[in-house]
Design a protein around this ligand. Structure first.
Ligand SMILES: *Cc1c(COP(=O)(O)O)cnc(C)c1O
Length: 373
């Protein structure tokens, strides 16, 4: 009898927790709009009145073909991409793009240039020498990547320049997109669709979906078509961008469900007013949080002021002894995912597109009411 009572109490506690809204500041997989999660859940039960779950539908069915087409169209529409681009939904994560880019673009005797702005850049750099030559033009590694290096030049013999436009771990962001005659490639995993950017200046943009677009399982790749077909090597079929362009991302079975959820997010983005509206929303959220970090003596930021990210906001407690207590205070008040990456320590608030201003206000209010012992 006593046991049953305890179990009941436990069940009620879980029930209460699951109906309580937890504010998700995780770096990735990350927050999605509540409306997207509801629609995604409904489609698992019954997709658009078909009597089938979206999980069990053929990627060759007309319904799923329409999902793929609309997702591609919305990416082009939101970014204002010209007609000479292809939009792909691939697998293998952003990490597979680290080698697919040089494999598809770089001949053995050619050179690729990289700006080393963090752990993800470093991982991308590591892959290049398997395919051609690599030159790291600048790096901020020595100061734990707390700024974006400036005043570097792309040599005239560079085939392409690769940047990580937003550095998820260190909270830095390129606020000026480099001008170069070389091809321009960007890993935009943690900032895609978050600010107005001239996408037509880029030759490849890639982004793992799980930061700002959808669930884990697919990677958005945007390619200017004419840059392909210029390497001598044999490219394995699945690793050749042209394969996926020719077959609209359905050469093999694509990750239908993650792509479907991306489509729901893309529709949501459009309904919010597109990227222009997102940028205003994101700047407002970032300003609220950075203002508190800068004005509250208990906290301090880690990234150089001029390079601060609108998406990932790392900060420390001024006194390291207060760190555990503030983390506990956040957790007790419904905030999840703010623990910093081990290489930076402290805290990191990831405040992607789907995060409402009210969640930032809650975090700020906790920073204000925090009373360390
Ligand atoms: C998370 C992340 C990656 C890795 O993405 P995967 O999809 O896990 O391979 C790459 N680059 C950046 C900037 C990221 O934030």
């Amino acid at each position: 009898m006593e046991l049953l009572k305890n179990e009941l109490a436990e069940a009620q506690k879980i029930q209460k927790q699951s109906s309580m809204k937890t504010h998700n500041f995780s770096a990735g997989p990350a927050i999605l709009p509540q409306s997207v999660i509801k629609e995604a859940a409904a489609a698992v039960q019954n997709y658009a009145g078909t009597g089938l779950s979206v999980l069990e539908m053929s990627h060759r069915s007309k319904e799923i073909a329409a999902v793929m087409d609309e997702a591609e169209m919305l990416v082009k529409d939101l970014l204002g991409l010209k007609d000479d681009y292809s939009v792909l939904f691939l697998t293998g994560g952003a990490s597979s793009q680290f080698y697919m880019v040089p494999m598809n673009l770089l001949n053995e005797n050619e050179k690729a240039c990289y700006i080393d702005t963090g752990a993800w850049s470093a991982k991308a750099i590591k892959e290049v020498s398997n395919f051609g030559n690599v030159e790291v033009l600048a790096s901020s590694k020595e100061t734990t990547y707390n700024y974006i290096p400036k005043n570097w030049e792309v040599p005239s013999d560079a085939k392409y320049l690769h940047i990580t436009s937003n550095n998820t771990i260190y909270g830095t962001q390129f606020h000026n997109i480099p001008e170069t005659d070389a091809l321009l490639i960007a890993d935009m995993s943690s900032e895609i669709f978050s600010r107005e950017i001239d996408a037509n200046k880029f030759d490849i943009i890639y982004a793992g979906a799980q930061k700002n677009l959808g669930p884990a399982g697919t990677t958005l790749v945007i390619i200017r078509n004419e840059i392909l077909g210029k390497v001598q090597r044999e490219i394995p079929t699945m690793l050749d961008y042209q394969t996926h362009i020719n077959k609209n991302s359905a050469f093999n079975t694509p990750p239908v469900y993650p792509i479907f959820v991306c489509l729901l997010t893309l529709r949501w983005l459009k309904a919010q007013g597109g990227i222009k509206a997102m940028e205003a929303h994101n700047k407002k959220k970032a300003a609220l949080l950075y203002n508190e970090i800068d004005s509250n003596p208990l906290f301090k930021g880690t990234a150089a002021l001029e390079d601060r990210s609108y998406m990932n906001v790392p900060f420390l407690t001024a006194n390291p002894d207060h760190e555990a207590a503030f983390l506990e205070y956040c957790t007790a008040n419904g905030i999840s995912g703010v623990k910093g990456h081990r290489s930076v320590g402290g805290f990191r608030a990831s405040i992607y597109n789907a995060m409402p201003v009210s969640s930032i206000e809650l975090l700020v209010s906790l920073m204000q009411s925090f009373k360390p012992e």
